[in-house]
Ligand binder design. Sequence first.
Ligand code: NAD
Ligand code: GLY
Length: 360
Amino acid sequence: MSLVRVHTPSGQYPIHIEQGNLPNLAQLVPSNTSAIILISNPTVYDLYGATVEQALQAIQKPLYSLQIPDGEQYKSLATLETVYQFMLEKQLDRHAVLVALGGGVVGDLSGFAAATYMRGIRFIQVPTTLLAQVDSSVGGKTAVNHPLGKNMIGAFYQPIAVHIDTAVLKSLPDREIAAGLAEVIKYGMILDAGFFRWCIRNVQLLRQLDREAIIYAVKRSCEIKADVVSKDEKEAGMRAFLNFGHTFGHAIETGLGYGAWLHGEAVGCGMVQAAELSHLVFGLSRNNVEEIRDLVAAIGCPTLAPNLGNERWLALMMHDKKTLNQKLKFILLEAIGQAKITEVPKEALLDVLNRTVCTA
Ligand code: NAD
Ligand code: GLY
């Protein structure tokens, strides 16, 4: 088993990574647990619910199972209300442990439920998408969406453990794998040039979910994220590097309507746009920009951005939460593996849009 440890001021916890380790989940549940609530969705529960429930029954404590509907639109206050209702009806006390089994939607919503139920109960992330395994389950960002903005109601609240079984990735659609790989290669681009080169060499193995390659990629991604959140839990500084490509990506997601492109697909394309901007602003070499474009294409994500019209593009990027105060701040690369936050003039953005937006 691979083990990564996260150390933040508000909590330290292990990330267990292995192929086929779902049946070992019970080892992470503390002995003073009063009851367990398992939250999932019907898609994931039908595939893995029985295995997880069987594992958790070893604890010999009451086990309650709740499924929330599948989809980003259910990462809402209304769904959260149903979770609180269920927990109160089952009379869960402060010593209950919540287990979140699913992708980022289940993980983010369940984490926020755990953060707020009775002022906070312990929770364990069992992420089942690649994106959730390498990103959303680690670092304690929990949230639900509000009609006026994504992830607008939330809390920093760390899990007590993250349990990753890479075998569950086999049931994911190819597009979800590509979207998760976008976050994997992001870590190399912003902080680890050696990992970026490793991803270029192993991209086909990653797409095929080769056991060793995927475990290494998940572990290295978790190590990098753990290091970042350990240094900057509440995003006062370098944690923002993790948003590389996201300002462009969020504009694509909102501009096309949520669900048209997966989040990771939009981030993949956004990283190509951010690489072009890095060339203009920091002189990132053309060779590096083309390497990034080729790798994004090789993982199966789009590299040509949708034509939303320049005015709408700019408005959407201004609306992104990192551009409050009307300042357009971007995470850019001085070199592969060296990210930096900087303000960007509007002219440079327009130049990049002209280079990266689909004209057909
Ligand atoms: P998701 O949770 O919607 O999962 C994608 C789809 O895959 C869903 O239909 C789900 O039911 C299905 N699925 C999950 N596991 C499966 C499996 N093993 N086999 C088959 N199907 C499976 O999407 P996601 O990409 O995992 O997460 C996106 C969410 O994560 C967004 O809400 C985003 O805001 C959030 N996010 C949070 C953070 C953070 O730091 N907290 C970081 C990145 C993204
Ligand atoms: N996914 C960005 C973060 O966790 O900060």
